[in-house]
Design a protein around this ligand. Structure first.
Ligand code: ZN
Ligand code: ZN
Length: 373
């Protein structure tokens, strides 16, 4: 295991910058806000730690990228900022997310609620789910896994055409595996920052995906016509939304939408915006942003840190508490489709709930009152 540790000075500069205008903006934040963000460069912080690398296939080792500090983000002419006319995030489901209507609908509502809490200030809207055939995308059967895959670029083109007028971005989500081009094995997701569109697959978040027992495996390798989408009719979709699946989906969605804002992969601290090459690495990423990435997002969303943690931090905690399941952490399989809502499986979010509460405490800590004498 290797630890990527930056000096306090490097982290401080990445956060505050050397630009006097940006430094003075920072200094206008109130004491609580600065106290929380300053945790970025406290060596003994128990809120924000260094990035740890676990294998040579981890993202930073295998994809050298230039780091992006706050100032670089701020002065990037190509980054996208929501405006009063474009302040909605649209979520488009492609194919079903669960094996009953109620599971699919509930799952996507949980994701909507989570995104709304995370990107506080923006509206999240759900588009009516569409079958794969509606996208007219190319598809194939992956030689290694024998699972169906759909072409990510074709889906991006479909989403771009569907993008509503008031959209800041439109993101597609699917349980079907994706490929970006014929020579590639697969991709977790793909986005176009200039078009404000993205497509993300949760297919590989099922631990069974790689096993020969995986139900999504195409059993008979018959020659398929490129326009016969009936092959997707019995595509595998989960019959339970586990707490781990929900956590992974929430993290993916917020990480990828973060890219659409222009946030690049974080190389400063353990952070939601760290790149990930494989599932283990994605699982090790925290649920939330480090202070450097948080300042980037706040500057795009135009609200202050206190709101983010007071309103939005609380909104996230509330999302975790509302309608949550019991300690089993797994939704029970409904015996029939009715209107009863499923309990939200939030077991895997517990440690992050504690962490958010610690952040709120740092933000609100009372300054010792000055004894006048
Ligand atoms: Zn990424
Ligand atoms: Zn970060």
């Amino acid at each position: 295991m290797q630890i990527v540790r930056h000096s306090s000075q490097t982290l401080r500069t990445a956060l505050l910058s050397k630009n006097p205008v940006l430094v003075s903006q920072y200094e206008k934040l109130d004491a609580g806000e600065q106290r929380l963000l300053n945790e970025a460069f406290q060596p003994a912080s128990d809120l924000f730690g260094p990035i740890t690398l676990h294998s040579r296939s981890d993202w930073i080792t295998s994809h050298p990228e230039n780091p992006q500090d706050f100032e670089q983000f701020f002065s990037d002419p190509y980054r996208s900022t929501p405006s009063p006319e474009n302040h909605s995030i649209y979520i488009q489901c492609i194919g079903s997310l669960g094996n009953t209507r109620i599971i699919s609908e509930q799952y996507i509502k949980w994701l909507k609620g989570y995104c709304e809490a995370f990107f506080y200030g923006l509206t999240v809207k759900l588009l009516e789910p569409v079958p794969v055939s509606a996208t007219r995308c190319a598809f194939r059967i992956n030689d290694n896994t024998q699972n169906l895959q759909i072409h990510a670029g074709d889906i991006l083109r479909f989403l771009k055409m569907k993008k509503p007028q008031d959209a800041f971005c439109i993101v597609g989500i699917t349980m079907i595996d994706l490929y970006p081009r014929d020579s590639w094995n697969f991709v977790f997701g793909q986005a176009s920052l200039t078009d404000g569109v993205g497509i993300f697959s949760f297919a590989r978040y099922s631990s069974e995906f790689y096993s020969s027992r995986f139900e999504g495996r195409v059993k008979k390798l018959k020659k398929t016509s490129s326009s016969d989408y009936s092959i997707f009719d019995n595509y595998y979709v989960p019959d339970v939304v586990t707490s781990v699946l929900l956590l992974r989906s929430c993290k993916t969605l917020t990480h990828e939408i973060g890219h659409i804002f222009g946030l690049r992969h974080c190389q400063w601290l353990a952070c939601l915006m760290q790149g990930s090459n494989h599932l283990e690495e994605a699982d090790l990423r925290p649920l939330d942003l480090c202070p450097i990435c948080l300042r980037k997002l706040l500057c795009s969303l135009g609200f202050n840190i206190k709101e983010r943690y007071k309103v939005n931090g609380r909104a996230l905690v509330r999302w975790m508490d509302e309608g949550s399941a019991d300690t089993s952490g797994v939704t029970s399989k409904p015996s029939r489709e009715d209107n009863a809502s499923l309990p939200k499986p939030v077991e895997a979010f517990k440690e992050w709930r504690e962490w958010l509460i610690k952040c709120l405490a740092v933000l609100q800590k009372q300054e010792p009152s000055n004894m006048s004498n």
